[in-house]
Design a protein around this ligand. Sequence first.
Ligand code: AMP
Length: 180
Amino acid sequence: MYLIMGLAGSGKGTQGELLAQKINYSYLSTGEYLRQYITEQRKQEMLAGKLIDDDEMIKIIESFLESQTDRTKTILDGFPRTLAQAEWLYKLHEQNKIEIEGVIYLKVPEEKLLERLLIRGRPDDTKQAIEKRFSEYKISTEPVLRFYKEKSIPLYEIDGDKDIKGVQQDILQQINKREK
Ligand code: AMP
C-alpha cells in the first residue's frame, strides 16, 4: 500500500491514479469519495476546508479495504490526514493485515499551489477554504509524515513542481530503486 500525501493541489489525485494504473493497484481518493456520497452537513464542512471526523473516515477506509481482494495492492490518496487516522492504519500494518510500503509526499511551493487551485476552481477552491486546508495540513497532516518516519516507513519526497509526466517518472524511479 502506498499513501499519497501533499497539500491541496499538489497533484495527489492525478499522480495516484497514474501510479495505480502503472503498478496495477486499486486507488481510493477519500476527497473524491466524500464529494460523491456526501451529506449536506459534511458538504458545508468540506466547502470551508475543514477535515471530516476521524471515525467517519476510518469507516470509509475499512469498508473499502474489505471490498479488496488484495488489500496491500492499494493506493490511498488523502488518507490518513490526522494522527488518529495514521495510528489506526499503522495498527493494521502491525497486524499484517496490510503492508504500508511507502508514503509518497508531493512537494510544491504554496504560491504555485494557490495558482493551480484557483485555476482548477472546485467549489472548495476559494481563497478562504484553500487557506484553511493549508493550515489543517500543517496542524493535522504534517504530524502524520513524522509519525511514519519514526516508524521507518519509507518516505518518498517528490518534487511535485514539474509537469505530470515528469512527476510520474520520479515517483516510479524512486519506488523501483527501493525495490531492487
Ligand atoms: P481532497 O480531495 O483530498 O483535497 O479532499 C477534499 C476535502 O475532503 C478535504 O478538505 C476534507 O474536507 C475532506 N477529506 C478528504 N480526506 C479526508 C480525511 N482523510 N480526513 C478528513 N477529511 C478528509
